[in-house]
Design a binder for this molecule. Structure first.
Ligand SMILES: Cc1ncc(COP(=O)(O)O)c(C=O)c1O
Length: 673
């Protein structure tokens, strides 16, 4: 009854009864539930709930409001439950079949906790968690953190318990459907569902999904909410916002001094260079990595959210990949003639990626984007290219940016950028040089989601102007799914480029696509010594196998949602929500730092980076998740973010926040996105 967002919600009227009655009725219909117990608080405000339970002959237990874990434990103990199925009373569309499915999974006996909420493949509002009494008891005994006491199963999920997630046979995209009742507008939504469907007898989530497909207008009035918002808030409340000590980076500095004499720029890759981090605070040289973590040359440990600039999709030194590569190396890996692994990997990619009929390999993303452009030029007999995003270091692309030193002017003039989600900017470009464009190359998405119809619009425009559409999936492959963003977004290009995560850090990339276009590779020159190096191909086959046969991508997605939501909730708690925003798809999110006018704020970015770095997190501004980031890493990150947000909240009103910077500010990379 005491919900702050919607007081009295559980007893609100829904189709002639209190909402709680519908939840109880639905749960009672589950075949595998022995007893339904309402666990409410001992506050007088909840008396109506207890009275309702008495009238309806439903068992009711009353306990602590804040220590909900204790309330659950005491209720389960009193009722001598050997297993507890947790359902919340604000889910009036809970489906008994889904409850049974999760219970059935739990009853297999290989886990302590089964649920359908570690990764949402069901609509939010069918949440079912099942756990053993002994696990509940252990949590009750061990959990000390107030957040763990308030959010009953948090300790179960983040601890050392064996957990499994049950997935829907009709998976829905994360965040697409929210059927819990948090606000009055949510109840309005559920009322409409009940009034549409009640006449047709009992209905479950499949009937609701079907109805919403036919009547998307029914969901329009709902307020957007964040799962686990209360938890992120309580972490923020608990944070002390204390100043963290600087870590020693003396050895990094020594290597840096040596490097300056022999390596121009001191780094082989722009984004890994010292200018991208607050110098004096950040490490410059790393020594080793394992899983989600790295250690710098001074011995400092970090959770790494850069992951080699995305390649390490399974984390550093993944054992299975290392073994596959070692076995190949023992048999040779740079051969004098082609090797069967090239064919096997090409076959696998054509199975997985919608546009892929034939494949050629490379080592870097830049190899294959350059290959795609040369192929498109040869195939169409045209020279111009329209681009959108970043596509590598080669002349054809980098000439279109402000960092075009060393690129002949004639080459620079051939590539021009258009704006994402702005079809008119592409149309204007294509019309300016009619019949001259060989290709439209773009990142199908990065942090900005495509507006409805945008990608199909690009494809239609490109084709209408006789140009090929090339998707640069160097970053989206394979975090956005094994079929790349093209599969997720339902638009198939003529050619596509993959790289980065393909080999979990081993150098491998590919250009693939329509067979008639790909055959042009037999006529152009696309050839280099290491393109057929097969240790990296052994790595790629192993990476694809792991991604296909484990829940790696699902866990990364769930962690992505958690980090994004946590940043946004904590920024709001800190009064920084107009300055710090985490945007993008759960697979790859970006934290944006701005001033109150919305202009990029490099000082805020630097302060954030400095503070997370001092507390053991290595990052630019994105969450480059790997499957090796586990619950422990995420929890540590959330606690760090809470501390850092609280610290920044105290600094940002200072007229000179730069005085809190403990090193040299970062230098911006030229802008292309
Ligand atoms: C979208 C995109 N395309 C192409 C490239 C170039 O790849 P590489 O640096 O492996 O040559 C990158 C690299 O960051 C990229 O992000």
């Amino acid at each position: 009854m005491g919900s702050s967002r919607f007081p009295g919600k559980t007893m609100s009227e829904l189709a002639g009864h209190p909402m709680l009655r519908h939840v109880a009725d639905r749960v009672k219909r589950a075949r595998l539930i022995d007893r339904v117990v309402v666990a409410t608080t001992d506050h007088a405000a909840d008396d109506p709930i207890a009275q309702f339970c008495e009238r309806e002959a439903i068992a009711c237990f009353r306990g602590s409001e804040s220590d909900v874990l204790d309330r659950f434990y005491q209720a389960a103990r009193k009722h001598e439950a050997d297993a507890v199925v947790r359902v919340t009373a604000d889910c009036p569309l809970i489906d008994p079949e889904v409850v049974d499915k999760v219970v059935e999974r739990y009853e297999k006996g290989d886990c302590d906790y089964a649920c359908n909420v570690l990764r949402y493949t069901y609509p939010d509002g069918l949440d079912t968690e099942v756990f053993s009494f002994t696990s509940l008891e252990r949590s009750w005994r061990e959990a000390k953190n107030p957040a763990d006491r308030e959010h009953v199963t948090l300790y179960l999920v983040n601890g050392t318990f064996r957990t499994v997630n049950v997935e829907s046979e009709i998976p829905v995209p994360p965040g697409e459907y929210r059927w819990t009742v948090d606000y009055p507008s949510d109840l309005e939504f559920v009322r409409k569902i009940y009034s549409e469907l009640s006449g047709r007898g009992r209905f479950g989530f499949k009937e609701v999904l079907q109805l919403l497909k036919e009547r998307p207008d029914l969901a329009a009035t709902q307020t957007e909410v964040i799962s686990n918002e209360g938890y992120y808030k309580s972490l923020y409340d608990q944070a002390r916002g204390e100043v963290a000590p600087k870590r020693s980076v003396a050895k990094s500095q020594e290597w840096f001094a040596r490097s300056q004499k022999v390596i121009p720029g001191c780094s082989q890759t722009f984004s890994k260079g010292y200018t991208q981090f607050v110098q004096g605070v950040a490490p410059i040289f790393l020594q080793r990595g394992l899983g989600s973590r790295v250690w710098d040359v001074d011995g400092n440990e970090y959770i790494d959210y850069i992951q080699g600039l995305l390649p390490n999709i399974l984390g550093y030194a993944n054992e299975e990949v290392t073994r596959a590569v070692s076995e190949q190396i023992a048999e040779g890996h740079s051969f004098s003639l082609p090797h069967p692994l090239e064919v096997q990997l090409a076959e696998k990619l054509t199975e997985l990626i919608p546009c892929a009929e034939m494949v050629r390999f490379g080592k870097n993303g830049s190899d294959v984007t350059a290959g795609a452009i040369r192929a498109a030029r040869a195939f169409t007999g045209r020279e111009r290219v329209a681009c959108c995003g970043y596509h590598g270091w080669q002349d054809w692309y980098i000439g279109s940016t402000t960092r075009n030193g060393g690129v002949p002017a004639a080459v620079c003039a051939l590539t021009e950028a258009f704006r994402y989600n702005d079809l008119a900017s592409l149309e204007e470009l294509l019309q300016r040089h009619p019949g001259e464009f060989a290709a439209v190359i773009m990142e199908p998405t990065n942090f900005e989601k495509p507006a409805p119809g945008f990608l199909q619009g690009v494809k239609d425009l490109a084709h209408r102007h006789g140009a090929l559409l090339v998707f640069d999936e160097i970053c989206t492959g394979f975090r956005f799914g094994l079929g790349g963003a093209q599969k997720l977004l339902g638009v198939t290009p003529d050619l596509a480029c993959f790289g980065k995560a393909m080999g979990n850090g081993f150098p491998i990339a590919c250009v693939l696509g329509r067979a008639d276009v790909m055959r042009v590779f037999t006529e152009i020159f696309y050839s280099f010594t290491f393109a057929g190096e097969v240790a990296s191909m052994a790595a790629a086959l192993k990476v694809l196998e792991i991604l296909e046969t484990t829940d790696s991508l699902a866990r990364m997605e769930a962690n992505g949602i958690t980090l994004q939501d946590a940043v946004n909730v904590m920024a709001r708690e800190a009064g920084l929500d107009r300055r710090i925003k985490c945007v993008g798809w759960p697979y790859w999110t970006l934290i944006q730092f701005t001033d109150l006018e919305g202009n990029e704020s490099s000082i805020l970015k630097d302060l954030f980076q400095q503070e997370v770095m001092k507390r053991g997190i290595l990052m630019h501004t994105t969450h480059n998740l790997s499957a090796a980031h586990d619950n422990h890493d995420i929890q540590q990150t959330l606690e760090t973010y809470a501390e850092v947000m609280k610290t920044l909240a105290g600094w940002i009103e200072d007229p000179k926040p730069a005085r809190y910077l403990e090193g040299t500010p970062t230098k911006p990379i030229f802008r292309v996105r």
